[in-house]
Design a protein around this ligand. Structure first.
Ligand code: FAD
Ligand code: MLT
Ligand code: ZN
Length: 467
């Protein structure tokens, strides 16, 4: 190790080669994977990344690219072999250009997502990618997982927000694809290979991101309903009444909400817990707040008239709206306190969401009477987080996690029954590498392997992840 360590130190400087306490880098956010890296290296420039990768290619040293280490499928942490080097882009945090006429922002891969949101706002623009981990996830990781979050139904996944990339290939060569063009039909669109590749094809070092006009007003509403079907009816109704001004539409079950207020008692639900289901939605407009609020009030009043919703709270100001969002943003954290649930991140055709929940609930209840689904997520774009907590009477947490495969099978088979996907936004990583073989055709998997072999013939880029 020492000559590799010396060689790395010669490239990035001694202080940017970590050989001791790896916990912050080697353990994933969920504390499900405890990897053992050979080394952690933190380059400061693309040239340093290229030199590191070149050395790894020459010595056949496997690499795990890492950014904010908030991934939920173990994609950004090493295995336990002690042979893999984590290359972290966390030091590469420059915003290189904000072009408010081209509506693009050129940034380094280590930029924290929240910083980019704030930078866009300083230029009276919106960078719309938004997820609960935005305070620590980094744009290189967001691109590599094709992150989704709460505004996909209006602005798309990360894939739709990237216009150009700079990537260090497994050979150590630097591909400069940093173009800010909305049209460019000159052969294969290579950036789309690296978006969502989870670090298995190269290390993203820079990106050109799309910016949008900043909305002049945003209205947050918290709505009580009787069923998931009513929630999906409401989505259709609101799209008719408010058009594409709906920027977020999150489903929350009463059990999910009760966990948030149980573990974060300072957070208060804006409606009495009298309702079995809730929707949290944002509507944004280029007009002023008064005009938008009037439209939203009229639409929700009509929804109550038509029996689509039972009640609603309309945030009077930004503070009230943020408080409503804190309830949603703490869903994941609150489940950690309740005890490890078996998580799912599925996407279902929007029209089938309610039927999926019914089918999955029934199948799980049959297998595990008293099981407690925590159902929530970005149903506006068909992405449901269907996390399953153990039945209180018959399981405790440690033996519940042993049921992972069987619970996954039940939920993912129900997903396949509705022609859905077993990973909507979190990716495959290590967590679903076996699972994916059951739901992707052999041909699809073979084409992916052919692409991987063409770009990373030595298989040094994040081996053992995805395929
Ligand atoms: P990391 O965890 O560091 O890495 C993620 C993957 O990208 C790994 O495979 C890694 O190898 C690869 N990678 C990292 N950097 C690079 C690079 N420079 N080049 C190539 N590959 C690279 N995700 C969602 O999509 N939507 C959500 O709503 C959402 N909510 C979350 C809520 C919480 C509380 C938490 C903890 C996570 C949530 N996530 C969500 C998951 C996670 O935040 C996203 O997957 C995020 O995009 C990961 O970014 P990161 O910087 O932490 O990447
Ligand atoms: C979220 O949307 O909060 C996460 O993607 C869901 C999860 O952590 O399961
Ligand atoms: Zn999510």
């Amino acid at each position: 190790m020492s000559d590799l360590k010396t060689a790395f130190a010669a490239i990035v400087g001694e202080s940017n080669v970590i050989t001791g306490d790896f916990a912050a880098y080697a353990n994933d956010w969920r504390k499900k994977y405890f990897g053992k890296p050979l080394l952690v290296v933190k380059p400061g420039t693309v040239e340093e990344v290229a030199a590191l990768v070149k050395l790894c290619a020459e010595t056949k040293t496997p690499i795990v690219p890492q950014a904010g280490n908030t991934g939920l499928v173990g994609g950004g942490v090493p295995d336990e072999s002690g042979t893999e080097v984590i290359i972290s882009v966390a030091r590469m945090t420059k915003v290189l250009e904000v072009d408010t006429i081209n509506n693009t922002m050129t940034v380094e891969a280590g930029c924290i997502l929240q910083t980019l949101q704030e930078t866009a706002a300083e230029h009276d623009r919106l960078f719309p990618l938004s997820l609960a981990a935005e305070g620590s996830c980094r744009i290189g990781g967001n691109i590599s997982t094709n992150a989704g979050g709460v505004q996909v139904l209006r602005y798309g996944n990360t894939r739709e927000l990237v216009m150009g990339l700079e990537v260090v290939l497994p050979s150590g060569e630097i591909w400069n694809g940093l173009r800010g063009l909305r049209k460019d039909n000159t052969g294969y669109d290579l950036k789309h290979l690296f978006i969502g590749a989870e670090g298995t094809l190269g290390i993203i070092t820079k990106a050109v991101l799309k910016l949008f006009p900043a909305p002049r007003s945003t209205q947050t509403v918290f709505i009580g309903l009787e069923s998931p079907q009513k929630a999906m009816d409401l989505l259709g109704f609101m799209k008719g009444a408010l058009g594409d001004r709906i920027t977020a539409f999150e489903l929350i079950s009463d059990f999910g909400l009760s966990l948030v207020t149980k573990y974060f008692p300072q957070l208060k639900a804006p409606l009495p817990p009298a309702f079995p289901w809730f929707v949290l939605s944002d509507i944004a407009d280029s007009r002023d707040a008064a005009a938008l609020t009037a439209d939203v009030e009229a639409a929700l009043g009509e929804a109550i008239e038509q029996g689509i919703i039972l009640d609603c709270a309309i945030a009077k100001n930004e503070t009230e709206g943020n408080r409503m969002w804190e309830l949603r943003e703490n869903m994941t954290e609150s489940q950690v306190h309740e005890g490890r649930s078996i998580k799912h991140d599925v996407s279902i055709p929007i029209s089938k969401i309610a039927d999926f929940i019914k089918a999955a609930d029934a199948a799980l209840e049959k297998a595990y009477p008293g099981v407690r689904p925590i159902t929530f997520g970005h149903v506006g774009d068909g992405n449901l987080h269907y996390n399953v907590a153990h039945p209180l009477a018959s399981f405790t947490e440690p033996n519940w996690t042993k049921e992972l495969d069987r619970v996954n099978l039940i939920v993912h088979d129900a997903t396949a029954q509705f022609n859905g996907s077993i990973s909507a936004e979190h990716g495959i990583g290590q967590l679903k590498r076996e699972e994916i073989k059951r739901y992707k055709s052999a041909l699809e998997l073979q084409v992916m392997k052919n692409i991987k072999a063409a770009i990373d013939p030595q298989n040094i880029m994040n081996p053992g992840k995805v395929i």
